[in-house]
Design a protein around this ligand. Structure first.
Ligand SMILES: Nc1ncnc2c1ncn2[C@@H]1O[C@H](COP(=O)(O)OP(=O)(O)OP(=O)(O)O)[C@@H](O)[C@H]1O
Ligand SMILES: [Mg+2]
Length: 403
């Protein structure tokens, strides 16, 4: 079986998917923006062929694959990176291959079309309206009401996303979003935020995960002093999660998703109402796949690879609550010192799976641009209150400094 994988070495965790795919016995053909020399060695070792083509140039990608298809039979096209989910579908249609087509792929990329399809299926989405001009944004705000959220229809990482409480603030935000071609204006949903992540094969959900964000992602991205956490929850029978799990399954059905990774976000209000947030046809980012592996003692890279090539995968059970916690250094420039780590590892080390902090001497990362920030810790515990206690200690007692 010959599988074309878009961008096999970027973002970094795609490398592990590339290796897992090759280990199923599939012959993996990579195509991507990275020059072959820039591919991680692990990726190079698991590709039978690589085409270096700018992925933003659809015509060039299709031409390269047409050329390739004259020499080898291409059976399948996979993509794990958000910006090229529609490109993968375009290739499938062009080469007449099975799998998600362009229309369905667009439902996962365009937040207005996505919500329209889900509204028609009876899923509770935030009140919403799309807008391309300043006048349309005012009109959308009128329809939706305040407080509201303005965000790009094809956004990621909370970029250009604003909560707006008053018309005066909307006037300011209009200035800041001038460069965004199309925005979604939504009712602001007050509540807690969760994910619903799956691996599907042959139309069945083979793996499910619910993560809890602490605090809400918009808060994570607004306050530098926060140590953001993503907590993969062990107990999926918790009655508080039932509505989200049910919504997640209905969303996948409504969107006709059959094979691969999905990452959905949903809100739960104080009175227990469940509201759809967004969904991507890709794994969650910021090392959440590793977190889910620590939660299950499984290997979701393998699970995905088996799911997309055979339609099946051995079941996984959440044995732990597992979480990532991201650190931001105090000060700017280069990391100068880290405090508290030895003590925390001495006292809580048995619960810690990963410590991956920027080494002293390296420049700080831009915490607004990447959730990875200046470093991260993964910890796990079967009991949620215990895990929250450990995470709380890492949030306050582990300190990084920069100058
Ligand atoms: N209607 C809404 N009500 C309340 N908060 C919202 C709403 N829409 C977006 N947000 C906040 O903004 C964040 C980013 O929005 P969204 O998830 O739609 O965009 P994104 O940029 O694709 O996110 P990601 O960081 O997952 O890539 C959400 O996680 C949430 O905290
Ligand atoms: Mg999001």
């Amino acid at each position: 079986m010959n599988v074309v994988l878009l961008s096999p070495g970027f973002p970094l965790d795609v490398s592990s998917f590339t290796r897992a795919l090759a280990r199923t016995g599939a012959r993996v053909i990579g195509i991507g923006d990275q020059p072959v020399g820039a591919l991680p060695a692990m990726v190079r070792d698991h590709l039978v062929h690589y085409e270096h083509v700018p992925l933003a140039d659809t015509a060039a990608v299709l031409a390269a694959l047409r050329g390739l298809a004259r020499h080898v039979r291409i059976d399948q096209v996979e993509c794990l990176w958000e910006p090229y989910v529609v490109l993968a579908a375009t290739i499938r249609e062009h080469l007449d291959l099975p799998g998600m087509g362009v229309e369905e792929a667009t439902w996962f990329r365009d937040k207005e079309v996505m919500k329209r399809v889900l509204d028609a299926a009876g899923v509770r989405t935030p009140r919403h309206a799309g807008a391309t001009t300043v006048a349309e944004v005012w009109e959308a705000a009128e329809q939706v009401g305040y407080p509201l959220i303005v965000k790009p229809v094809a956004g990621a990482g909370s970029a250009d996303t604003y909560r707006v409480d008053t018309p005066a603030r909307l006037a300011e935000v209009q200035q800041m979003i001038q460069h965004v071609p199309r925005v979604s204006v939504e009712e602001f949903v007050e509540g807690e935020e969760f994910t619903y992540d799956t691996v599907c094969g042959d139309g069945e959900v083979l793996f499910e995960n619910v993560s809890w964000y602490q605090p809400r992602p918009l808060e994570q991205r607004s306050h530098e002093w926060v140590s953001p956490m993503t907590i993969a929850l062990r107990d999926k029978d918790d009655p508080g999660l039932a509505g989200g799990l049910d919504m997640g399954r209905r969303v996948l059905t409504a969107l006709g998703f059959t094979s691969g990774f999905t990452h959905m976000e949903w809100y739960r209000t104080a009175d227990g109402e469940v509201v759809f947030g967004e969904i991507g046809a890709r794994p969650p980012g910021a090392r959440t796949v590793d977190v889910m592996n620590y939660a299950t003692d499984g290997d979701l890279f393998d699970t995905w690879a088996l799911a997309v090539t055979t339609g099946q995968a051995p079941p996984l059970t959440h044995r732990f609550n597992a979480a990532s916690l991201f650190k931001r250094a105090q000060g700017s420039g280069r990391i100068t010192r880290v405090e508290g780590l030895e003590r925390l590892l001495r006292e809580e080390g048995e619960h810690v799976c990963v410590v991956d902090l920027l080494p002293v001497g390296t420049p700080r990362r831009d915490w607004r641009a990447t959730l990875l920030s200046d470093g991260m810790v993964i910890a796990r515990h079967p009991e949620l209150p215990e895990l929250m206690r450990v995470l709380g200690r890492f949030a306050t007692e582990l300190e990084m400094f920069a100058e």
